[in-house]
Design a protein around this ligand. Sequence first.
Ligand code: IMP
Ligand code: MG
Length: 181
Amino acid sequence: MKRVTLKDKTFELFIPYETLQTAIKELANRINNDYKDKQTPLFLGVLNGSFMFMSELMKEIEFNCEMSFVKLASYSGTTSLGRVSELIGLADNLQGRDIIVVEDIVDTGDSIEHLLRSLVGHEPASVEIATLLLKPDSYTKKIPVKYSAMSIPNDFIVGFGLDYNQLGRNLKNIYKIVDEK
Ligand code: IMP
Ligand code: MG
């Protein structure tokens, strides 16, 4: 498929699945190399967006590991300013664990900042971020994103787990929004 329409927006093919697969394999090789001597690292996928990347990445991981998923629920605080994010689904004991957070995309970095703040309280041995995509021109935080499979410009994209109003997560390729000019 060259183009897809989701609600009121049209998207064009941007990153084919084969390219994603190659980039994910390269990233997995780096992680395999860095973690081979660690004690059962834990991959923590952030739902919903990370599910496809997580599945593809985990097939390439060659050391014994555990995996789990969490969700960042955003809601408007009743008394505080603006949005509050709560980390839900954290069932495991994280103390002393080597954690690799698996994200679909890091844009401004707000999400990973919230996440890390929650995780650090559990006293893990280490925490690193692995993201399929990074938007470096938009990223404003100091937190190092050690593992990113691909960097992309600031265009809005869908597919391979990423959505537009909850649609498009199932698409195998990644599509970029078409400028309506
Ligand atoms: P951040 O908190 O600004 O880094 O944004 C992270 C979240 O915003 C991601 O987990 C996505 O859910 C969403 N997001 C950012 N850019 C895109 C995009 O281009 N398409 C779809 N979702 C996006
Ligand atoms: Mg997300």
